[in-house]
Design a protein around this ligand. Structure first.
Ligand SMILES: *[C@@H]1O[C@H](CO)[C@@H](O)[C@H](O)[C@H]1NC(C)=O
Ligand SMILES: *[C@@H]1O[C@H](CO)[C@@H](O)[C@H](O)[C@H]1NC(C)=O
Ligand SMILES: *[C@@H]1O[C@H](CO)[C@@H](O)[C@H](O)[C@H]1NC(C)=O
Ligand SMILES: *[C@@H]1O[C@H](CO)[C@@H](O)[C@H](O)[C@H]1NC(C)=O
Ligand SMILES: *[C@@H]1O[C@H](CO)[C@@H](O)[C@H](O)[C@H]1NC(C)=O
Ligand SMILES: CC(=O)N[C@H]1CO[C@H](CO)[C@@H](O)[C@@H]1O
Length: 426
């Protein structure tokens, strides 16, 4: 594989997902006859790889244009001076068109004028998962040949951006690999796990597959295809393209460290420019030479637009206790209430945690604290605790300080105590 060390990054994003109601599907259906839609396969007859390339443009955002041969590319509305986004879906158990395709195509076309090409491989992607995997190399070759035709028309490799979903993310990785890692960008939306967690870099998506590679994981723990957190990455991405509120990640070694407030800014390694989900160049990371691979984390809200504000909340006990202390913290605004739990370890003074809230900190009217005593079989916990509460919005670096409630708080056990939280909007 040709290595270009200059601009490479594999961003691995993980999310804390709160329980949510089911996703609503896309309702628009292609109805006009001259528009090409995805094929329909089912697992009894979908044993062939019939790849179709459907072009969508701002002048024709709903109606797909089938591009077949070389002449087809020249004689269609493909504009070679614009960027090209190539969308690759994954395993389709029932051989149906992915319900999110239209939403993703339209979200992209709303942000900018580009060529959007949806790769329809429902025939090869159906049936049993292992047989879909067997078709991946051939599919990647077909897409690579298609891209080579685009390059021959004068399209620049850096203007090509592959967006691969699940198994489609690894197809994107292979395509990028076939092009020597010189295509512009690959976005992997919850790259598939089965058969890939132990695959070699040549077989799966890796940081060398494009000049910029980003992966958004929403299902880091389990790879059951029938649960909603897997497809959440797609809905999150569509939402990030359609809503102005930023979904910003923070570099951190682990999800636990992130939740426990150990990673509060993007100074290292991103020179204080936090990466953001969406179409900004290099995910908005403002540095000339990106590190090879960085994991970043963020929290989400249970429903679209998913973006949250992160704040560090901290409670400092007046005196250490010989058992664990738990305090529930809630932020209330006119319309929201968001909660987190601070745990202060035994024999320590301070506990901290990240709290994800749906409105900016300056719109939070009050903070509610509730001390939850740990009553053990042989000894009752203290009836109240005394300490100090502080909060600061992320990113929080050494030059910013936390705001604290200006007195020692007495928290009786199992009782909600609310305080005004006076933080002005900038
Ligand atoms: C190009 O498109 C025009 C109009 O859609 C059509 O009449 C013509 O046959 C096409 N040419 C080729 C080579 O496909
Ligand atoms: C292609 O896109 C460029 C840049 O937006 C535009 O100036 C040009 O008119 C487009 N060409 C066609 C044939 O639409
Ligand atoms: C990126 O950083 C450079 C210097 O580090 C600065 O001059 C420039 O304004 C920044 N650009 C953005 C978009 O933040
Ligand atoms: C919250 O409600 C109060 C009282 O109705 C109102 O004055 C204030 O502007 C509201 N704040 C926000 C952020 O909507
Ligand atoms: C600290 O954070 C602020 C706001 O995010 C930023 O403007 C500033 O450059 C940061 N300072 C350092 C030393 O990183
Ligand atoms: C074109 C191609 O290789 N299609 C294969 C896709 O996978 C199924 C199941 O393994 C095969 O039957 C097809 O031949």
């Amino acid at each position: 594989m040709v290595e270009d060390p200059k601009r490479k990054l594999l961003m691995v994003l993980a999310l804390l997902l709160l329980p949510s109601s089911a996703q609503t599907g896309n309702t628009d259906r292609l109805s006009e006859h001259h528009c090409m839609d995805f094929q329909r396969a089912n697992f009894l007859r979908g044993r062939k790889l019939k790849v179709q390339f459907l072009l969508f443009t701002s002048s024709s955002p709903i109606c797909g244009e089938l591009i077949s041969a070389d002449d087809g590319i020249k004689n269609c509305s493909f504009n070679s001076s614009l960027e090209t986004k190539i969308i690759i879906h994954g395993f389709r158990a029932l051989g149906t068109k992915p319900s999110w395709i239209e939403g993703l195509v339209q979200a992209i076309l709303h942000t900018r004028q580009v060529n959007v090409i949806a790769v329809d491989w429902v025939y090869g992607s159906t049936g049993a998962y292992p047989s879909a995997v067997e078709n991946v190399t051939q599919l990647a070759l077909a897409i690579s040949q298609f891209i080579s035709k685009l390059l021959a028309l004068g399209v620049s490799g850096t203007s090509i951006h592959i967006i691969g979903v699940s198994l489609g993310a690894h197809v994107g990785g292979l395509v990028g690999h076939f092009h020597g890692g010189r295509l512009g960008r690959i976005t992997a939306l919850d790259p598939a796990g089965p058969k890939y967690t132990r695959a070699s870099p040549e077989e799966r998506l890796d940081p060398g597959d494009a000049l910029f590679v980003e992966a958004i994981h929403t299902d880091a723990d389990s790879y059951n295809f029938l649960i909603c957190d897997h497809m959440r990455a797609v809905h999150l991405y569509i939402s990030a393209l359609s809503h102005p509120c930023p979904i910003v990640g923070f570099p951190c070694a682990s999800h636990q460290d992130f939740l426990n407030g150990h990673c509060l800014d993007c100074a290292k390694p991103f020179l204080s420019s936090c990466p953001r989900i969406g179409l900004l160049e290099q995910a908005g990371v403002n540095m000339s030479r990106l590190p090879q691979e960085v994991k970043v984390f963020f929290m989400t809200s249970p429903s679209a637009p998913f973006c949250v504000y992160h704040s560090l909340v901290e409670f400092q006990l007046q005196k250490k206790r010989n058992r664990v202390t738990s305090i529930e913290i809630s932020f209330s605004s006119n319309s929201t209430k968001d909660t987190a739990k601070i745990t202060i370890p035994k024999d320590q003074e301070t506990g901290k945690r990240l709290l994800a809230h749906r409105v900016p900190l300056c719109q939070i009217n009050s903070v509610t604290l509730k001390y939850i005593p740990k009553n053990l079989f042989w000894s009752k916990d203290e009836p109240f605790i005394v300490g100090k509460f502080c909060v600061a919005p992320l990113p929080l670096n050494s030059s910013r300080t936390m705001s604290c409630l200006p007195w020692s708080l007495t928290l009786p056990s199992k009782t909600d105590i609310s305080y005004e939280l006076p933080t002005a909007c900038a």
